[in-house]
Structure formats: structure tokens, C-alpha cells
Design a binder for this molecule. Structure first.
Ligand code: FES
Length: 179
């Protein structure tokens, strides 16, 4: 049986209270400017879930007194916000100039080939999301790949299988430890 990986996010009453507190704070900081209040709230939601889920949109809509369709509109306008769940590991391949010159496209192609997904997609088992990034701020180490918060420097296409294998093993080990 294929293991499916999912980020554990607890929807505790304390979280919703915390979110309400944050929404009030943003409303007070931006009186009469719903969109100015909404953007930080959406960031807050995404920081918790890794994306903007429907249940949070419904909650925020009620608290801010705006239609959900307005929130979906704002969330889908900004590319920073993701409307679909991400994998356990987000692989970001830098496509900034320094990395591009050092061959980041070949690295990206290898991830695409190995994972059988395109940038912006998530593997069927929920393990990896692949993304293209602009400068990740480590140009001296180009080409750079980030997996969640960890930087992989001077990555060559032939290292891609090892990177994928390392995180696959980590995920399986932690799934087994929790079983
Ligand atoms: S261009 Fe890739 S880290 Fe700056």
C-alpha cells in the first residue's frame, strides 16, 4: 500500500481564538481598509496550514464581514498564496540569474523527471511540492535548492536522486515512528 503523507495541523479551539484575536488586531490597525487587514490575516492562515483552506476563508469572511468570494479573489490574485495543500516537503529550485547561469534549469528538469510533476504541482503521495523560486539570497552557492527551510548549495542534476531519496527516507522514518 502506498503511504500518503499529510502535514498535521490541529484545528484546536485555541487556534480559532488566536486567529480571531489576530483579525481584531488587523482590523484595529487598518480601520476601514478591509484589504489591508485581510492580507496579513491570509499570511497568518497560510503560515499555519501551508495554504489557505476553505474553512479558514469562511471563518475570516465572517469575522471581517466580507463575502467569501472577495477573499478568494484576493488570495488568488497574489501568487504568494497557495489555495491547495502542499506536500510534506516543498522543493524550491532557484531560477534567479546566478543560479540560472550555473545550470539550475538542468536541476529543475531532473526534479521534474524524477518526481513526475511540473513546478506548482504536488506528488500524488503528498510528499513533495515542486516550485520555481526567484533569488533565494544565496547566490554565492548557486545553483541553490531549498527543501523546506534547508538550503542545498551548488546542486548538480546528478545529486537530485540523492536529495529525493534522503527526504523520502526521512518521511518514512517519521511515519513509522508515529505508527
Ligand atoms: S540567484 Fe539563486 S540564490 Fe540568488
Amino acid at each position: 500500500m502506498t503511504t500518503r503523507f499529510k502535514k498535521e495541523v490541529l484545528d484546536t479551539p485555541a487556534w480559532w481564538q488566536d486567529l480571531d484575536r489576530y483579525i481584531d488586531e488587523q482590523k484595529n490597525n487598518n480601520p476601514g481598509h478591509v484589504q489591508s487587514a485581510l492580507i496579513p490575516v491570509l499570511h497568518y492562515v497560510q503560515d499555519r496550514y501551508g495554504y489557505v483552506p476553505e474553512k479558514a476563508v469562511n471563518h475570516v469572511a465572517q469575522s471581517l464581514g466580507v463575502p467569501t468570494v472577495y477573499i478568494w479573489g484576493v488570495a488568488s490574485f497574489y501568487s504568494y498564496f497557495s489555495l491547495t495543500p502542499k506536500g510534506l516537503y516543498t522543493i524550491r529550485v532557484c531560477a534567479g540569474t546566478a543560479c540560472y547561469v550555473q545550470g539550475s534549469q538542468a536541476v529543475m528538469n531532473e526534479f521534474i523527471r524524477r518526481l513526475e510533476i511540473q513546478p506548482g504541482q504536488t506528488t500524488e503521495d503528498g510528499l513533495f511540492t515542486l516550485e520555481e523560486a526567484r533569488c533565494l539570497g544565496a547566490c554565492g552557492q548557486a545553483p541553490v535548492v531549498m527543501v523546506n527551510d534547508r538550503v542545498h548549495a551548488k546542486v548538480r542534476p546528478e545529486q537530485v536522486p540523492d536529495i529525493v531519496a534522503e527526504y523520502t527516507a526521512l518521511a518514512h522514518a517519521s511515519a513509522e515512528a508515529q505508527a
